[in-house]
Design a protein around this ligand. Structure first.
Ligand code: PLP
Length: 503
């Protein structure tokens, strides 16, 4: 949602109130002011630009969990006080998730899964394979994280990878026209269409509700990987005026929504997980067990939560969702869109830095992340310098999205195809077989972007100095010739345990 829309809906008093809540949340972030000694010997505050991998913890999680933990107990019984309390809060956590994504509890259920979105998508793929065994094709896109690609490959005979739209020679969001073509081609054999809401490489936002409408028009299902969406843009799984725009299943990761140590989540229409045996079995999901048979419960979410779930992590995640909902995801989306636009503007001004994907905000919307390279500079060298000299934490390489990164790099190299020989092109491709990604959370601001832009300018202006201070090691990473980082004096669990007993 853009500012104009936001302003037309919210009074200035409301906007000020939301801005004040957001400020409080930002300022409470754990680890924002952490300092490290750098290669120059100087000590500086870290600038955390790696939120796409994992966000930092918000203070509200810390504070609420500190109050909850004295009462902690396993759920699955209502006999004692602690269990009653935990059971109530765990149920509240499920309802909070449903409310956060605008899902009607009569139609949808939310359940927590072990390992982030990856756990969720594996569960979805296995379940839908069993539920709809005649439908052996999945349509996904080239821009997916491996977690929204390999589970489909593992479980289905055919996975179709839809390319992205190209305009002004730059790659944008997934090509809806090509999705329709594939839906026509594979007809009734399509089990579901599964796309990411937001790319973890470029931050490009996909038109998921248009894709849902299309999938439903052709009688199939829509699954959305919301790993990169949930912290940044509103998710409306249900309640659209046109019900064909509703989503069938969404998966997301708590650790990407400001809650380290929290589980993944699947939100699904209940009917899709009914009528078959749950793919994970064990305690907590059965009504009765004999030595020769067992009866899985029909109740959601219990039937999908075999074993003891990560109760504390789920409650922590719901705490954050509740806080974000208080501010409003439309408001947060609007703030973050301003930041990403600012980041693109500032970085585009630097000669010799290429941002991947379409950067025209009129053509594609982005949130949360952008990836770039300094021309003729290895991505891992750029990332190492940003860390060692500027205390800017970024990530580099292919971000578990190899096909997409490869496509972007090839696309960008085609610009040079007439000027360079094949050999030169190949060596450029080798150099740029990855990218550097800067990604943002609600705690980042324009000053962080300015620091990144200034650092990139400095690297471009003093290439030789930095190159001469590094050597490449066997895994391809770059290491400083003399500066070494040792984490143990700063923090080690072993040390903390030893200290705890003597203090
Ligand atoms: C778009 C996307 N999907 C899925 C995943 C996998 O998430 P997790 O590692 O929490 O399972 C990621 C992780 O970065 C991602 O960015």
């Amino acid at each position: 949602m853009n500012s104009a829309k936001l302003d037309s809906r919210s009074t200035s008093g409301e906007v000020n109130y939301k801005a004040a809540l957001l400020k409080k949340l930002r300022e409470s972030t754990t680890g924002l002011n952490i300092e490290y000694v750098l290669a120059s010997g100087e000590k500086r505050r870290r600038i955390y630009l790696d939120s796409t991998a994992s966000t930092l913890q918000l203070g509200i999680v810390r504070d609420v969990m500190r109050k909850y933990m004295p009462y902690y107990s396993n759920t699955h019984t209502n006999v004692h006080f602690g269990a009653k309390l935990s059971t109530r809060e765990f149920e509240w956590a499920h309802n909070m998730v449903l409310s956060f994504v605008n899902a009607d509890p009569e139609i949808y259920t939310a359940f927590f899964v072990g390992s982030g979105t990856t756990g969720g998508i594996n569960r979805i793929a296995r379940t839908l394979r069993e539920k709809r065994p005649d439908k052996k094709v999945v349509i996904t896109s080239i821009m997916e994280h491996h977690s929204n690609d390999l589970p489909h490959r593992r479980n289905f005979e055919k996975v179709v990878h839809i390319p992205t739209v190209t305009s002004s020679n730059e790659l944008g969001c997934v090509d809806i026209g090509r999705i329709e073509k594939a839906l026509k081609e594979y007809g009734d054999s399509v089990n579901y269409v599964s796309v990411t809401g937001v790319s973890n490489v470029t931050g490009i936002i996909n038109p998921i509700y248009d894709i849902a409408e299309l999938a439903h028009k052709y009688g199939t299902l829509i699954v959305v990987d919301a790993a990169q969406m949930a912290a940044h843009v509103p998710i409306r799984i249900g309640g659209h005026d046109n019900p064909n725009r509703d989503l069938d299943i969404v998966a997301l990761s708590g650790h990407k929504i400001y809650t380290p140590a929290s589980p993944g989540v699947v939100i699904t229409r209940k009917e899709l997980f009914e009528g078959i045996e749950p793919v994970e079995v064990g305690g907590g999901m059965v009504d009765d067990v004999h030595t020769n048979r067992y009866l899985p419960t029909k109740n959601f979410p219990d039937r999908e939560e075999a074993g003891t779930p990560n109760i504390a992590g789920a409650i922590a995640l719901a705490t954050v969702l509740c806080a974000l909902q208080k501010i409003g995801m439309d408001f947060i989306d609007d703030e973050e869109e301003k930041l990403i636009r600012y980041a693109i503007e500032q970085i585009e001004k630097i000669d010799n830095v290429i941002i991947y994907g379409n950067t025209n905000p009129q053509e594609v919307r982005r949130t949360g992340a952008l990836s770039f390279n300094i021309k003729e500079f290895d991505h891992s060298l750029t990332a190492a310098i940003l860390n060692d000299y500027f205390n800017i934490s970024v990530r580099n390489a292919c971000f578990c999205a190899h096909p997409y990164v490869r496509e972007m790099i090839t696309d960008q190299l085609s610009e040079y195809s007439e000027e360079l020989s094949n050999e030169e092109l190949e060596s450029l491709a080798e150099l740029h077989r990855g990218m550097v990604r800067a990604s943002f959370g609600l705690y980042n601001d324009e000053a962080d972007v300015d620091a990144l832009a200034a650092a990139l300018r400095e690297i471009c202006d003093n290439r030789e100095f930095y190159i001469n201070n590094y050597h490449q090691v066997a895994c391809g990473d770059f290491q400083h010739n003399s500066f070494k980082f040792d984490s143990v004096p700063i923090f080690s669990v072993q040390q903390e345990v030893d200290r705890w007993f003597i203090s």
